[in-house]
Design a binder for this molecule. Structure first.
Ligand code: ZN
Length: 854
């Protein structure tokens, strides 16, 4: 291997090296003179040396800036330009720093800093993008008030906070709340607003707007309602009120992430805010509602209380994900939301936590912080808060949160601050619990049981496999919610939370008339992998009888996995008892349709691969695919006579509404349709495609037809109908790949990259194609290696334009050590090729290095 290391080794940043900045930024004034390729940014910042500062180095971050001039207290100065910023001699007393820089928004394809999307100016500053706008101490513990003047001829020019005035060619904004630079935002362009208003609990009128490009106005109503619901919910549940007179949301087509919580001016990937029944699926509606809530909730958990440094990212993200999950559970269905979240956790976080990219929710080092906006920081970060809440109880949880807001409002905080609040509010020590923040890896929890003379004993053994840099792990505090059922299905012990603190620990129950059936880890009370030897009969019993809806689903899911594993390993036929149990449940109209749809959702093929690997086998993706196909085909045949009735019974009458009840019914209806299509070749799906007046049904029908290789006509019709709608076109790109047979997946994706509407510059479109490719387990891992090669080719090309999105997508390779030697060497070759690319970004370099070093 020649020259796989970049010219300069990237710098590693460590949590332990934290030192405060030596100056307070008392106020920030910014003037923007907008021009696509030559925007001028003039800053005027009042700095005051901190009396107790250990380090008075005056270093300002700055990247890709052309410095025009700099002044201190009105006198021209010549700062020393250094790697990543500048240094300057400054007075020992408060002073005013002024700088003028030039930047190029039109040439900014990385979508970080100030950039252009469809002729619209917009910004993305988290985590370290503000340094691409002007020289500044770009770190979250430097908080200041921002006054912004925008000069340009854009019809709409927005920034954070409240409008101060506007006239021909200018607008001024002032944000009274001190904030770190990562929450700065500016938007300017030809935009129209969907207005709304909200009266806060103390009676303040807040003006709300969703700003979109002309033509998208009809896609704003749902987002606006979601915003109002979020504002009300945060008042009702957390007592938190909005703190400005204006709240703006802007939809942007080119965006690296989902959305961004800039103070008073949230910027959204248009896919995460724009919705209409004709263009959005039920899943889209649910996600949009959740993301609007998430960004809104950040106003308190993130903005009013922010992070001291980026190692603390899960302080705001874990908590805000936890809060948005509570919100969705309240708005929709608690068990359904919990099941969906656990499916997502296993699909995204478990592979991360059990592979080369494993890191603790609070990492201790990074090269590029953008690489740590991960499922571990977000989703596991939220799980950790869920465990904390379970351990201290609801009342104590809200008491601690109240103290958190009282004590830390206006501050930049750490995980230590957060845990201290819980310790002070509850009197409970949390030093062992804190291991959840510092240890990576998913704990395995082995359970064994014993019954004699009315006494039932559960014994738990916890262990966590080694992860990069962490060979040994200490036992953690694990809350395990357990209930006991009697063999006739009655609950003999309601849910109780057992607190594990040791490597091995037993709990006994006395006075039981017979050996109970345990229901362990109810509600998925901890993000662990449960290892328990049990029979399929017992799992089927729990699927039928468990009083905890999560564990009912979980029993079915575990059973589904066992059945598939047996099919893959022994070539066994699908287990008849399981098929019967499924049939019974699916046909039971007393059961919630959303729940039935979830039970019918097969475990992911990647999950089966991991399970096989964990049990010492080498997973064969094609065999896993074949088992899934055989299973579904057999299920369809078994249900044959009931399918038409079920299809009719789950068809929602009347006009489409994106509520949870209708969505649940349509989800089940979609699963029935896909089974039906296996028997009728697509007749019913073609009828549904014709008749559909909403995207959920149109998309389900198209997917079923494409899977049956009988959807060419509909696919063309779909394209004709929607070619001018970017978001719907993303679906069209993705669905063709997702539904392709494994041997055709890479070729389908490759052909789509040659389509006129494919674009490397639009992250949504790139992700539509390559997210679908990487998500097609058997297609991506096809023995030909074509999937690996295609992804690598495109990552190399994208890295020159957009390092952030490239680096994130490298994670597709993170599970490579699961597979056979042939696949491993194919993947290693691609990773090595990426790593050896000239001028590879710091982002991508860090990711491929970590993945390769496994
Ligand atoms: Zn967030």
């Amino acid at each position: 291997m020649k020259d796989a290391s970049p010219a300069t080794a990237p710098k590693t940043f460590y949590l332990k090296d934290y030192t405060p900045f030596g100056y307070d930024a008392e106020s920030v004034h910014l003037t923007f003179r907008l021009a696509p390729e030559t925007t001028r940014v003039i800053s005027r910042i009042r700095f005051a040396p901190k009396p107790d500062a250990a380090d008075r180095t005056f270093f300002l971050h700055g990247e890709e800036l052309k410095l025009i001039s700099a002044k201190i207290d009105g006198q021209a100065v010549t700062p020393e330009l250094v790697e990543g910023g500048l240094k300057c001699e400054v007075p020992g007393a408060p002073f005013t720093w002024e700088a003028e820089v030039e930047i190029n928004p039109a040439g900014n394809t990385a979508l970080e800093g100030l950039y252009m999307s469809n002729r619209m100016y917009c910004t993305q500053c988290e985590a370290e993008g503000f340094r691409k706008i002007t020289y500044y101490p770009d770190r979250p513990d430097v908080m200041s008030t921002f006054t912004v003047r925008i000069e340009g001829d854009e019809p709409v020019m927005l920034s954070n906070g409240n409008p101060m005035g506007q006239g021909e060619g200018w607008a001024e904004w002032h944000d009274p709340w001190p904030k770190p630079a990562y929450l700065f935002a500016l938007v300017a362009g030809d935009l129209v607003n969907h207005p709304g208003s909200f009266t806060t609990k103390s009676g303040r009128e807040v003006e709300l707007n969703i700003w979109v490009r002309p033509g998208d106005e009809h896609k704003c109503a749902f987002g606006m309602e979601a915003l109002k619901k979020s504002m009300k919910w945060d008042e009702d549940v957390y007592g938190l009120e909005y703190d400005l007179d204006l709240f703006n949301i802007v939809a942007v087509d080119d965006f690296n992430m989902g959305a961004m919580e800039n103070k008073g001016l949230n910027i959204f990937n248009s896919s995460c805010v724009l919705a209409s029944p004709e263009t959005s699926t039920d899943a889209n509606f649910e996600r949009i509602e959740a993301i609007i809530a998430h960004e809104y909730f950040h106003n308190w958990t993130g903005n009013r209380i922010t992070c001291r440094d980026w190692f603390q990212l899960c302080l705001k993200e874990g908590l805000t994900v936890f809060r948005d999950a509570q919100f969705t559970a309240d708005m929709r269905s608690e068990p359904v939301k919990r099941i969906e979240d656990v499916i997502a956790l296993r699909a995204r976080q478990f592979p991360e936590d059990n592979g080369p990219l494993a890191h603790p929710p609070r990492p201790e080092q990074f090269q590029e912080i953008n690489n740590f906006y991960t499922a571990t920081v977000y989703e596991k970060g939220a799980e950790v808060i869920g465990m904390l809440k379970r351990l201290v109880g609801d009342e104590n949880y809200y008491k601690a949160l109240k103290l958190y807001f009282e004590r830390h409002d206006g501050q930049a905080c750490t995980i230590e601050d957060w845990l201290k609040v819980f310790e002070d509010a509850t009197g409970r020590g949390l030093s062992q619990f804190k291991l959840w923040y510092s240890q990576a890896g998913t704990p395995r929890l082995k359970v064994s049981e014993d019954y004699a003379d009315g006494t039932y004993t559960l014994t738990f053994e916890q262990s966590t496999p080694p992860t990069p840099g962490q060979p040994d792990k200490a036992p953690r505090v694990i809350p395990v919610a357990v209930g006991l059922l009697s063999p006739n299905g009655d609950e003999v012990r309601g849910t109780e939370v057992l607190e594990l603190t040791e490597a091995k620990q037993s709990f006994t129950y006395q006075g039981l008339a017979s050996k109970p059936v345990p229901s362990i880890l109810r509600e998925f009370s901890a993000p662990v992998i449960l290892e328990r030897e049990t029979s399929n009969a017992e799992r089927a019993f729990l699927l039928a009888h468990d009083t905890d809806p999560f564990n009912r689903w979980e029993a079915g899911n575990a059973l589904a996995k066992e059945v598939r594993v047996a099919m893959v390993l022994d070539g066994a036929a699908p287990d008849a008892a399981y098929l019967d149990a499924l049939e019974k449940l699916v046909r039971d109209d007393d059961q919630d349709p959303a729940f039935r749809a979830l039970v019918l959702t097969p475990p992911s093929q990647s999950d089966i691969a991991q399970t096989l690997f964990d049990r010492g086998h080498t997973p064969d993706p094609q065999k896993i695919y074949d088992a899934a196909e055989t299973f579904t085909q057999t299920l369809a045949q078994q249900l044959e006579t009931s399918l038409p009735r079920l299809y009719a019974a789950t068809t929602v009458d009347g006009p489409y509404a994106p509520d949870a009840e209708g969505a649940g019914k349509r989800a089940l209806n979609g699963r029935i349709l896909s089974l039906l299509t296996r028997l009728d070749g697509g007749e019913q799906a073609a009828r549904q495609y014709q008749a559909a007046d909403n995207m959920t049904q149109q998309y389900a029908a198209l997917g079923a037809l494409l899977k049956a290789e009988n959807g060419e006509a509909q696919s063309q019709a779909f394209f004709k109908q929607w070619q001018d709608d970017r978001l719907v076109m993303d679906k069209w790109f993705a669905l063709q790949i997702a539904c392709a047979a494994p041997e055709k997946t890479a070729a389908t994706a490759a052909a789509l990259t040659r389509h006129p509407l494919f674009s490397m510059k639009n992250p949504n479109r790139f992700r539509a194609v390559f997210g679908a490719l990487a998500g097609h387990h058997a297609g991506f891992h096809h023995a030909s290696g074509e999937g690996y090669q295609l992804l690598a080719d495109n990552l190399i090309a994208l890295d020159k334009l957009n390092p952030q999105t490239t680096a994130r997508m490298c994670a597709a390779f993170q599970t490579w050590k699961r597979y056979d030697a042939g696949r491993q060497s194919l993947i290693r070759a691609q990773l090595t090729r990426i790593a050896g690319t000239d001028g590879l970004s710091r982002d991508t370099t860090e990711m491929v290095t970590r993945i390769l070093d496994a």
